[in-house]
Write a protein that binds this ligand. Sequence first.
Ligand code: GDP
Length: 531
Amino acid sequence: MQQHDLLDEIRRRRTFAIISHPDAGKTTLTEKLLLYGGAIRLAGSVKSRRAQKHAVSDWMEIEKQRGISVTSSVLQFNYDGYCINILDTPGHQDFSEDTYRTLMAADSAVMVIDCAKGVEEQTKKLFHVCKMRGIPIFTFINKLDRAGKDPFELMEEIEKVLGIKSYPMNWPIGTDGNFKGVYNRKKRQIELFSEGNHGQSQVTTMVGDVTDDKLKGLLGQDLHKQLMEEIELLDMAGDDFNIHEILTGELTPIFFGSAMTNFGVQPFLESFLRITNPPSPRNSNQGEIDPETENFTGFIFKIQANMNPTHRDRIAFLRICSGKFTKGMQVNHVQENKKVRLSQPQQFMAQDRVVVEEAYAGDIIGIHDPGIFRIGDTLCENQDKIVYEGIPVFAPEHFAKIYAKNSMKRKQFLKGISQLAEEGAIQVFKRPNIGVEELIVGVVGALQFEVLEYRLQNEYGVVINMQQLPYRYIRWVEMKDFDPENFGVTMDTLIVEDEDEKPVLLFQNEWSIERVKERNPKAILKEISRR
Ligand code: GDP
């Protein structure tokens, strides 16, 4: 392959995650992006599957609805010369550490906000992970066809609650339930809203100059006047459009629209694709690695147990960070210092799960894992021992004490727990000086407890006793000569250690965290740990 072909392929890639609080419209927006990408022809009614939404990812629901194979984490499709990879961030009941880890594989993020609800809890958590990585974050304020908060108020909320500057790319007209359309700030024109065919297919929007009398008539005197005043205010008092600040995640471009009716989806997609970055260099033990180097490298960000209960194989999801991948390629598994052949890698096209022949930096492939990979592992084409910056261990928010009901099953119990921990489904903690008969597990989303119980029983034949614990906050302690006996904690705080025997504190409330900080000024308490 010619070098310039490799560069073309990499430069046309856009790999991003859509983040949101449940019900803001992430699934609907994803469907509509697929619709514009020609990956599906008719977007189905999202409503019809409301009732079934329990404990299954949205993607599996889409899969059931349309027969699209997306049990995966990624959808790939082409649009306007771009090759787009959308990463799923499981939400709802299946919110888990995987949701965060997926963000490690994305080059940018699209944040969907419900215009009536503003910035919600889960959005905040996901946003902070994106912010930590310094990736560009684009905001889609959704459900404009319904009454929502005042757009200035929404902007202020984003800036205050999330701590990011914003630049509205368009501005809504009529937000009290009388939505008329948006004003496009770059083109200085009004794009009129029509509900069309209820969002089942692509929409065409009536467009016109803001001073056009006909449009003025359509909006009405009052709305037109209000719009002109608001535009003036934005131009004068708002932040400037600054591409550098967007690309470093300091400023978020805001788009107002309505995913359900398709309004604003296409302009959003086009603008987003143009502004956002192709795969960018990533940090490693050998400095930044340029995605455009020929040497294939990638890291594993997620491991998923096979859906097929008859065998226990797993799929490891690999984000390609540089170069080109070809089927059957032999690579070095750096952490284990072993060669592996990637013979049946899968890729997840919108319509199908296919065996991938080749893939490029920016793409995600699923590789067969006979139990050799760990999250964060690096694969490399040549002998370079590149190790990408570790995937953080995110703070679990739910904890439980578990042990095997039948003590004869202790071996299987420990094996199951250790495999599930390797997959990253749970985090395991021990109390110092207490044996492994009783373990403490931590999870990011409470559903993981159900999954844990189910899988231990079904895959390892172990029935467990589980007692949920009242802890909600975790902090890893960094301190020279940490001594649990002489460390000042509050009565309701528990000292444990993680799998690497690093000291960890479990708290029931934020108040205790502050007290412990005061009592141990030399200790650094961290919310996220690095493997
Ligand atoms: P998710 O949980 O973020 O994936 O949200 P969904 O895409 O499933 O949407 C949640 C609900 O909001 C569904 O009932 C959608 O039909 C509805 N919805 C999504 N987008 C819009 C929109 O633009 N306008 C209105 N009125 N409803 C929407």
